[in-house]
Write a protein that binds this ligand. Structure first.
Ligand code: ADP
Length: 456
């Protein structure tokens, strides 16, 4: 067999996966080969196991998506470039380089943040190639416009929807991902700044206007991502979009309900969803009673308006609890007093719920000497396997709020999972990064599904 002379990067083809042209980095320092894949699922057919996955075959272009399937031959624990170990599926498929073709094994992983969609390690090249590490594209280079022609680009289809992302900062990771995920799926996406919307609320002809007077109409769907400070106005605009017939991924009612911590806990309690024992009082004379009600110190005092862990204080003795509560009250702040779940060990779990399903979960651990697990306070996140009970609690909590998309924070107590909080605009960065799932894409799919349902 003739050996193929290749450089450190080459164009190759994986015909059985439907990938006519893909740029690969050749790295004899790596043993295994890997391919960028997301939305990985497995299935069985005729006694064989297959992986079904999506790939953006062209670097830097997320609009081109190819769905592939490959025969699974193994599952391997691989150390990624960041040093972490991860379990990856291994598929076997023919590769074509130059005039030669042979079978190689490739692990599937999310290489989205890396320079190449494919990496070919020494195992795949053994005996087949001669590598010139200083050269590039020994088998010929291809222009980007050419490659795009090799793929069937999902056209901005006729059934593409007009979707508005109603938020405040287009540069946030979550907002950028939602725009991208919608465009990838052929929708017309538009970022709309909440504070620049205004409305005509006359019942005969409700309207939403934007900036210099433009009328926002024929909107199919709205993704509200309202920051806490904008809750009041953001909910009003969301409601207005709903009254002009747009489908809102979270309703203004559900958002407003979940933003009020006290009200959320009352709703959870009505639905018998477990949460830490919590007290609330307005008058300073009841301080001691309230402390007794949650079984005394140590206990947690929470400012009702607080976010990202600010305004959450641990009082270790009854005396300290009394002082903190009275201090907050003298500032006329609304507070909750809650039993302290010590055994949680500074950890909590964020469950990302979409349309009645937990699509991803991460565990957050507080920094040393801290009991609050918030990432903004130096907490770290990692993967976690949640129990069936935790899954059920997260789903019921989102449902109790009426939220289609929700981040449900759960704490593990001796008595089982307890809900701490429900977020109507959960961030995507941590969860996508750690679970390697296309959560933004799943949110867009929920819109497609629910609009279909509404039409039927
Ligand atoms: P915020 O909305 O400001 O994030 P949370 O109620 O979620 O406030 O609390 C912040 C963090 O503090 C939680 O993520 C959790 O790690 C910790 N925490 C909150 N309540 C309790 C509690 N009752 N017992 C133990 N830890 C708690």
């Amino acid at each position: 067999m003739k050996k193929v002379v290749i450089g450190k990067e080459e164009w190759c083809s994986l015909p059985e996966l439907g990938l006519p042209t893909i740029k690969a980095r050749i790295d004899s320092g790596a043993k295994t080969s890997s391919l960028h894949a997301f939305n990985i699922n497995t299935f069985e057919k005729d006694g064989k196991k297959y992986a079904h996955f999506d790939i953006h075959p062209v670097q830097g272009n997320r609009k081109i998506i190819q769905s592939c399937r490959g025969l699974i031959v193994d599952k391997r624990s691989v150390k990624s470039s960041s040093g972490d170990k991860e379990q990856r599926l291994v598929i076997r498929t023919p590769i074509v380089m130059g005039d030669e073709s042979w079978n190689i094994e490739i692990t599937l992983t999310n290489r989205d943040s890396m320079g190449y969609r494919m990496l070919i390690g020494r195992e795949a090249m053994a005996g087949r190639t001669l590598i010139d590490p200083d050269a590039s594209f020994c088998l010929g280079n291809i222009e980007e416009e050419e490659i795009i022609k090799h793929y069937n680009i999902v056209p901005a289809s006729n059934n593409g929807l007009k979707i508005l992302l109603l938020a405040s900062n287009p540069d946030l990771y979550s907002n950028k991902r939602l725009m991208e995920a919608g465009e990838e799926r052929g929708h017309e996406m538009r970022f709309v700044n909440i504070s620049q919307c205004y409305m005509n609320i006359s019942s005969a002809n409700p309207e939403v206007h934007y900036r210099g007077g433009e009328l926002l109409e024929d909107v199919d769907a709205v993704i509200p991502r309202i920051k806490p400070k904008m809750t009041f106005y953001g909910c009003a605009i969301t409601r207005q979009f709903s009254s002009i017939g747009a489908y809102c991924l979270n309703s203004s009612l559900a958002i407003a309900r979940s933003r009020d911590k006290l009200r959320s806990l009352q709703e959870l309690s009505n639905k018998k969803i477990p949460m830490p024992t919590t007290g609330f009082a307005n008058s300073p004379v009841d301080t001691k009673e309230i402390i007794k009600m949650v079984n005394g110190a140590p206990l947690v005092v929470k400012l009702l308006e607080g976010t990202q862990g600010r305004g959450v204080v641990l009082a270790e003795t009854n005396k300290a609890a009394e002082s903190v509560i009275n201090a907050f009250k003298s500032l006329n702040a609304n507070i909750l007093v809650q039993e302290f779940i010590k055994e949680a060990n500074g950890e909590d779990i964020r469950c990302f719920v979409i349309d009645g399903k937990v699509v991803g979960a991460i565990q957050r651990k507080a920094a040393a000497g801290e009991f609050r697990a918030n990432l903004h306070l130096g907490g770290t996140a990692s993967t976690v396997r949640i129990t069936a009970k935790e899954r059920k609690v997260a789903i019921s909590a989102a449902k109790a709020m009426g939220l289609v998309v929700a981040g449900v924070d759960i704490i593990r107590s001796k008595g089982g999972p307890k809900v701490l909080e429900i977020n109507s605009s959960p961030g995507l960065e941590g969860i996508e990064d750690i679970t390697e799932k296309d959560i933004a894409g799943l949110m867009i799919q929920a819109i497609e599904r629910n609009i279909q349902k509404k039409k039927r």
